[in-house]
Design a protein around this ligand. Sequence first.
Ligand code: AMP
Length: 210
Amino acid sequence: MTFRELKVIEPILEALEEKGYKNPTPIQEQSILPILNNKDLLGLAQTGTGKTAAFAITVIQQLYQSSSAGKKREIRALVLTPTRELAIQIGECFHEYAKYTDLKQAVIFGGVNQNPQVLQLKRGVDILIATPGRLQDLMNQGIVCLNSVRHFVLAEADRLLDMGFIHDIKRLIPKLPRQKQTLFFSATMPPSIAVFSSSILNNPVKVTVA
Ligand code: AMP
């Protein structure tokens, strides 16, 4: 199987080639086509399986293809992640895979001065990678608006819940448009996560990799 066979488009293929990715990993093989078909996805996958690329490649491709040329840049994809380290790592992946597109992204997290993040947001971004606390803060200040989000990714749902972000997420979800794709990734699937996932996913494709 190749990324080309999974219908990944040229500007992304070129970036993957530069990264030295020869073939998709099992989670990429199973999830890329359904995500590109705009299905919701429940992915049970550990770190190290290539799940970040699975959602980053497909989100970038969908945004690239739903051109916003001539329009004001708005946040069309939101990736929620529990920690600053993960947010930065995911941001780097998006940056690398999107290098041959004109998509712009920002990474926001707490514990640092918000001003550089605010400046970046004000210049306009397509993709926002965020930890829940800082996201909530900047929404409350009217700096982040999520009315145009079409792709919503929970990158490590079990850790988000373990770290006590459940209430933040429950407050956030009604503020997102109803019409959107949700991609839900977790390394474990205890009953609490299963219940939570079924409350926010719409007829998802389920993918499990060891
Ligand atoms: P993740 O599971 O998202 O934390 O990714 C684990 C690591 O695998 C990262 O360092 C990626 O750069 C790398 N990776 C992701 N997809 C591929 C691929 N198709 N081929 C080779 N390496 C990959």
